[in-house]
Design a protein around this ligand. Structure first.
Ligand code: 9MR
Ligand code: ZN
Length: 763
């Protein structure tokens, strides 16, 4: 396997390399004979072949979809509200009570409460760019029905939200015309935010209801002569492969996102010799890619080595390997990522390197809305994602994925490198137990219900975990958290029994107690953040799958008739059959389908239902131009792709069809570079991988933690940075490697976990 290398000018290098390969080079030695595993590789396939010499490679050029150019004497923002339209002006609140309206040719802000911070009432505008070296003039007119002070800012829209330019201004009934000239000294920003902070300032008490009117907002380019050209997203490489590599016997495909390439060759990088020439499939237009794509097959190349595809005329792919054991290092890092996300404990430098830290978030938490002052120890568990919240719902999904990887592949490795390695318990179970011990603390002793999450009231700045010292708050008990808790605790009682019977008993008792809570509260509905809690919500209104999963796992753990009856009833209701954090019915179906010695009608019903979904997924993969199950790209699309790969592997356990394995590998290939953007979506690996993730430890330290799977393409452009730089991109290309883009470039425990399952199964 190959760790990340410096991405060079591959296309050019490839073109030069070709001239070195030259025509008519003699077929000297074969690059390799058969593979070490004794696969059926044939010497002829790996042999150097005659190059036909007819190769043209030009630099790929996709249209530049940048939205913003700097034109001297023009407005980067120019809005006068004369048409009574807000033109994208909108609000953010932290405790503030207010609204905005375009009225009388201006933007009117009606405030009845200023909230708890300067940005307690914020009016903002996104959708412009700021270029380094450019001289701007910020102008607007403003009045307020009462005398007050406020601050306007043009700020980084993420991270520490620091201002590029700002000023505090006293306003009142008389119109104030702000006119402020400045030069953008910092790195160009394609997606800053203009904010009017009309909230609470120190020494500034609530001033009662008032109206602020904003008009004639202009950010004028005074002098653009030194302005840097703002770069859009890099042009994706046209020729895409799995950058980590293939096992000798894998079906191997290359994707070219251009209709013009007819043929490609596979070149051994260390010898510069061509080992295979292939022709592409016919061009097919792929709407999600926004272009025609062609597929080349080079499965015949089986000899271990490092290769590159040269495609005519689109150029070269990144390098990739063929061989065994290519995934050993990346697998470890993908698993260790969970260790690195551990909360409430010291992270050892021997495991975490630069990401080691002392125990974080050890402060006791209060229950939201409880004024008694009672606090609870809910330390432990994994940080969910780029934020430090600990949420039961996605935590349970992660634990289940680890359980399945352990169960389905009998994966008992005890040497992954966590502190528990070598303790005689499989590391995947040790890692899962870290979350389970925390989840046990999240159960309310009195009722058996489970608190939805523990976080601060708001997300912290981009600080280290030990620096989030805000009060911890337990969000209300939710039905989804309780049901997910029940399911994984019930399963834990089975999986840990042979290692620690006492722990297994604790888990089962907790599961039963949680189930009683569910029975007593069937109509709780989905979780909603209380007004003051602004951290991740994980809302889910469809709870039939959660009910089903909880009952099924309790039945499997106990074979009790009561749980059996509930499971039988639940399995025939309508529910989501996914493997997500919200739709989880697939887990229930699968665990029943693969179980032995259970009610046979239930088992076959589950198997039939699970396989029906798997058949659909398989056929979506088979009809997809790029062999993947998804057609649309939601937030966290990489989780769905990894999850589809997982689904296919699970199906292969229930039904014999080699296509399952082949297409599970295709989902893997997508994750590692066989995709629209050409990114290997796991940090630290491949030639092109995310380097600027939305992940507080990485941002605070200025380096990227390895082994993290990012969310990936999100066609809905769900953050301001993405909407600025990805505007107009087709869904499969809607990805940007920037920490401000939390909808593309965040990481989570439950995006890594299906990848852990997939990689465990494919190794
Ligand atoms: O992964 C979640 C995604 O499916 C949702 O669309 C999104 C918005 O609700 O939230 C994502 O989860 C985030 C969570 O709310 C807070 N921690 C970071 C998660 C990943 O972005
Ligand atoms: Zn922590």
């Amino acid at each position: 396997m190959r760790k990340m290398k410096k991405a060079a000018a591959y296309v050019m290098a490839a073109a030069m390399m070709f001239s070195m390969i030259g025509c008519g080079k003699k077929n000297e030695e074969a690059t390799s004979a058969t593979t070490a595993t004794g696969s059926d590789a044939q010497t002829t396939q790996a042999a150097v072949i005659e190059d036909d010499g007819d190769w043209v490679t030009t630099e790929a050029a996709l249209p530049d979809t940048r939205r913003f150019t700097i034109e001297e004497g023009s407005d980067a923002i120019g809005i006068n509200f004369d048409d009574n339209d807000l033109h994208g002006f909108t609000t953010f609140a932290e405790g503030g009570v207010f609204d905005i309206e375009a009225k009388g040719g201006a933007c009117e802000v009606n405030i009845s409460g200023i909230g708890t911070a300067e940005h307690g009432c914020q009016v903002y505008f996104d959708g412009f760019a700021m270029a380094n070296g450019c001289k701007y003039r910020m102008c607007f007119d403003i009045t307020s029905s009462v005398e007050r002070m406020f601050e306007w800012r043009i700020q980084l829209n993420g991270g520490d939200y620091h201002a590029y330019a700002s000023d505090r201004v006293n306003i009142g009934p008389e119109t104030v015309s702000v006119d402020y000239e400045f030069t953008m000294e910092e790195t160009s920003d394609p997606a800053p935010r203009l904010a009017f902070n009309l909230g609470k300032y120190e020494g500034f008490e609530d001033i009662g209801a008032h109206t602020v009117t904003i008009d004639n907002v202009s950010l004028f380019v005074v002098d653009g002569s030194n302005a840097e050209v703002i770069k859009g997203c890099p042009v994706p490489i046209q020729v895409k492969v799995n950058q980590i590599g293939y096992k000798p016997d894998d079906v191997k495909s290359v994707l070219v996102t251009s209709p013009d390439d007819e043929k490609f060759k596979v070149v051994n990088v260390s010898t510069n010799e061509t080992v295979y020439i292939g022709t592409y499939s016919a061009a097919a237009f792929d709407p999600a890619m926004g272009t025609s794509v062609r597929i080349g097959d080079f499965s015949e190349v089986t000899a271990p080595g490092t290769y590159q595809i040269i495609s005519s005329p689109s150029g070269a792919s990144y390098e990739f390997d063929i061989g065994d054991g290519l995934y050993d290092d990346i697998y470890k890092d993908v698993v260790l990522m969970l260790y690195n996300q551990r909360c409430g404990t010291k992270l050892e430098a021997s495991v975490s390197g630069d990401f080691a830290h002392d125990a974080c978030h050890t402060q006791e938490a209060t229950v939201y809305g409880d004024t008694s002052g009672k606090t609870y120890d809910v330390s432990g568990g994994w940080h969910d994602a780029g934020d430090y919240g600990r949420y039961v719902v996605p935590g349970a999904k992660t634990v289940e994925d680890l359980f399945l990887a352990y169960e389905d592949f009998d994966y008992t490795a005890d040497d992954i490198g966590i502190p528990e390695s070598g303790n005689g318990v499989p590391d995947l179970l040790d890692e899962a137990r870290y979350e389970l011990e925390w989840m046990l603390k999240m159960q309310d002793e009195a009722t058996g219900g489970v608190y939805h999450k523990v976080t601060g009231l708001t997300f912290p700045g981009m600080v280290l975990a030990t620096e989030e010292t805000e009060d911890m708050v337990l969000a209300p008990i939710s039905y989804a958290a309780t049901a997910d808790f029940v399911a994984v605790m019930a399963k834990a009682s089975v999986n840990y029994a042979q290692y620690d019977q006492a722990f297994a008993d604790t888990c089962l008792a907790a599961a039963k107690k949680g189930y009683d809570f569910m029975k007593a509260n069937p109509d709780m509905g989905g979780f909603k953040n209380p007004d003051e809690i602004l951290t991740g919500e994980y809302p889910d209104v469809g709870l039939t799958d959660e009910t089903f999963w909880a009952a099924a796992e309790l039945y499997l753990a106990t074979l009790d008739d009561g749980y059996l009856a509930d499971t039988k009833e639940a399995i025939d209701t309508k529910y989501n059959t996914g493997l997500g954090w919200a739709g989880i019915g697939g887990y229930a179906l699968y665990d029943l389908a693969k179980a032995e010695g259970i009610d046979s009608g239930l088992q076959s019903n589950a198997k039939e239902k699970f396989l029906a979904v798997a058949h659909k997924k398989l056929s979506s993969c088979q009809t997809s131009h790029i062999f993947i199950g998804i057609e649309t790209y939601p937030w966290g699309s990489n989780m769905v792709v990894a999850g589809d790969g997982m689904y296919l592997l699970m199906a292969s356990k229930l039904e014999d069809d080699p296509a399952y394995l082949e297409y599970a590998q295709k989902q893997r290939d997508y994750i590692f570079g066989f995709n629209g953007t050409g990114y290997c979506y796991v940090t630290g690996y491949g030639d092109l991988s995310p380097q600027d993730t939305h992940h507080r430890p990485s941002q605070a330290l200025g380096k990227t933690m390895p082994g993290m799977l990012v969310g990936g393409a999100d066609e809905n452009l769900e953050d301001p940075y993405a909407s600025a730089v990805l505007y107009g991109k087709p869904g499969a290309l809607a990805y940007v490697d920037n920490s401000q883009s939390f909808s593309c470039n965040e990481i989570t425990i439950y995006w890594n976990s299906p990848l852990i399952y997939l990689m465990t199964g494919l190794q």
